[in-house]
Design a protein around this ligand. Structure first.
Ligand code: PRX
Length: 631
């Protein structure tokens, strides 16, 4: 075990030595001789003279050394199916998929948009892209046509890969009609669309549609060697929400990404070849990219790809999978644990979870009662970790593979090696004293594995992340935090208009724009309101045009507009009709004041408010709601 402080200090003081050493964890075509090119800050090019391939590291190297060991364990409680692929079988599948992509004209650097449920083919498609140097962009299956169309136009994919349908809580959700609708809305046209027909929903075949299984079968036994790619070759784009309505395409490289994940598996996630990793996220989110697909496979572990809910067929399903597959590391979100605790905590006791070394949780704050419950029930360390789509791996955690730092309840931990974390004043950019609230910032260079830029928009990358803290070249996480005297950081919520619904990151601006598509809406503000299970849920305040009558029917139509534009996950739980919104004199909606009043907190300084009556109306709404709840 190493001394945490010394380890962290050396990773920051001499990143070159630290990361060249870590680079030895992966296979290279041409091994790098230098770790970092930081000649154009804030852009950081990691391992600039190295060449490698993510798929070769995730699949080929293990297919050679442990071919018959499990690689993908695909379980669906929606279709009652289970299938395990060994590393050798995974290699066969991925190679055939790569050949199929090439036969459709997909080449190096081309984008492939993947709109799929949690099935093996989604992982084959991702790894096939990595194999040939195509850039995948996975769109979460819960997103609807509006969100999908925006991503199609931004990423301009050559190929789209989709399935006929997904399934949630036993209900089939057809994907193909949503995709067709999105293609109708988008300006960009992909050359081809590959459809995995699971036989769940009828498919209307269009001229550009290709049936995936037949094509892949025809491509079996075609040799496709992994492309030896420059380290900074883009491996993927993953869209995430921010302050504006337009999602940002977080772009990641190849070599830095592989090294960062290999290192995190070793130092943070107890990842050893032969182990079994179970992350309950979805491939549509960053946890799915890093810790369902790439991280575990790069570490030579089997990974569970689970299509299903945490509570179906019963709230014991996670633990049943842990027992059956001897899971060594599990990763979930606090929301899922809160749900299991509420449903029936006794389910856990029915299963033998002794294979587990630790349970990792991330994505949203872990409350103490959930943390204590799950720690007592499982008898293993519960290790919180704080990070973002942008960073790709934990910023704050306890690195149990390297040091004996103890976790502290309520805090995700200390800065991981490579992250020079500073808590700063939002106005001056100066460090805040211990115990005071500040913006969580990271000094440049960001370590390997973090975003290299925003797809197609270097200027937005620099402006959004590195110019929001005045006068300093610091990366802003857009999260508030506070540090204790030992350096443990506690997360206090976002500084921007992003909300966190059941661990899903959503932009309130995007939801507002979706609501504004309804012709009756003149003005709207959306805020995240506290929810005991989901952490937050969207609540909308709507001003109607002219003398339109507010009512349940209109509220439902507005909710449906959100479901249609973004997806069911963003639906407001409450739509409130108001005469006006509390705004500053310059017309900016005081969302934080709205949220505070709605949650029964003090709205703080209101001297900038233009029309105080707007807030009075919100107080009245809140009081009416409180009375209704009491009744
Ligand atoms: O606000 C923080 C919250 O989730 C945001 C990032 O969400 P996303 O890009 O979806 O990446 C999730 C990766 C796990 C952060 O800006 N967040 C993430 N982890 C934690 C957290 N809040 C509190 N505690 C955490 N452990």
């Amino acid at each position: 075990m190493q001394d945490y402080r010394e380890l962290h200090r050396s990773s920051i003081a001499d990143p070159e030595a630290f990361w060249l050493n870590e680079a030895g964890r992966i296979d290279w075509g041409r091994p790098p001789t230098i770790a970092l090119d930081h000649s154009r800050p804030p852009f950081a090019r990691w391992f600039p003279d190295g060449t490698t391939n993510l798929c070769a590291n995730a699949v080929d190297r293990w297919a050679a050394s442990r071919p018959y060991e499990p690689a993908l364990i695909c379980v669906s409680t929606e279709t009652d199916t289970e299938k395990t692929y060994s590393f050798a079988e995974l290699l066969d599948q991925v190679t055939a998929w790569a050949a199929a992509f090439q036969s459709l004209g997909v080449g190096r650097g081309d984008r492939v948009l993947i709109y799929m449920p949690m099935i093996a083919e989604a992982v084959f498609a991702m790894l096939a892209c990595a194999r040939i140097g195509a850039v995948h962009t996975v769109v979460f299956g819960g997103f609807a046509s509006g969100a999908l169309a925006a991503r199609i136009d931004d990423a301009t994919p050559t190929l789209i890969v989709a399935a006929d349908a997904g399934s949630r809580m036993g209900r089939v959700i057809p994907y193909k009609p949503l995709l067709d609708e999105a293609l109708g809305m988008a300006d960009h046209r992909p050359s081809k669309v590959m459809i995995v027909d699971r036989g769940l929903a009828p498919v209307h075949w269009a001229h550009h549609d290709v049936e995936a299984n037949a094509l892949v079968d025809a491509c079996r036994h075609v040799e496709v060697a992994p492309a030896d790619l420059p380290s900074d070759h883009p491996s993927y784009i993953l869209y995430t929400s921010g302050t504006t309505g337009k999602p940002k395409g977080v772009q990641r490289d190849t070599g830095g990404h592989a090294v960062a994940l290999a290192a995190s598996m070793k130092h943070i996630f107890f990842g050893e070849p032969g182990g079994v990793f179970f992350a309950t996220s979805d491939i549509g989110w960053v946890v799915g990219h890093s810790y369902i697909v790439y991280g575990p496979l790069i570490a030579g572990m089997a990974t569970i790809v689970y299509e299903g809910a945490p509570i179906r067929p019963d709230p014991g399903i996670f633990w049943k999978l842990v027992e059956r597959h001897r899971v060594s590391t599990m990763f979930t979100a606090p929301t899922a644990l809160r749900l299991l605790k509420k449903e029936d905590p006794a389910h856990l006791a029915r299963y033998d979870c002794s294979s587990l070394k630790a349970l990792f949780v991330a994505g949203e704050p872990l409350d103490e009662s959930t943390s204590s419950w799950i720690a007592d029930s499982l008898g293993v360390p519960i290790l919180d970790n704080y990070w973002q789509t942008e960073t790709g791996w934990p910023i704050l955690t306890v690195c149990r593979g390297l040091t004996d730092v103890e976790p502290r309840l309520g805090s995700p931990g200390l800065p991981a090696y490579g992250f020079d974390v500073r808590l700063v004043d939002e106005v001056t950019g100066e460090p805040v004293p211990v115990g005071e609230k500040g913006v969580i910032a990271i000094a440049t260079p960001l370590p390997p594995g973090c975003l290299s830029t925003i797809w197609n928009d270097d200027a937005r990358f620099v402006k959004t992340y590195f110019q929001s803290i005045p006068g300093k070249m610091l990366y802003s996480t857009f999260d508030w935090g506070v540090q204790d005297t030992d350096g443990y950081t506690f997360i206090l919520g976002r500084t921007d208009d992003v909300i966190n619904v059941a661990g899903h990151r959503l932009g309130t601006r995007e939801i507002e724009e979706a609501i504004s598509t309804h012709p009756a809406v003149a003005d709207v503000a959306v805020v995240g309101a506290h929810d005991d299970i989901k952490g937050q849920t969207p609540v909308a305040f709507v001003v109607l045009r002219g003398a339109l009558a507010a009512g349940d029917e209109l509220a439902q139509a507005i909710i449906q507009a959100v479901a249609r534009e973004i997806g069911a996950l963003a639906k407001p739980t409450s739509v409130n009709f108001v005469d006006s919104l509390p705004k500053t004199r310059s017309g900016k909606v005081l969302r934080r004041a709205l949220q505070a009043v709605w949650e029964g907190r003090d709205p703080g300084d209101l001297t900038t408010i233009d029309d105080a009556s707007a807030l009075t109306a919100i107080y009245a709404l809140r009081d009416a709601r409180t009375m209704a709840t009491k009744a």
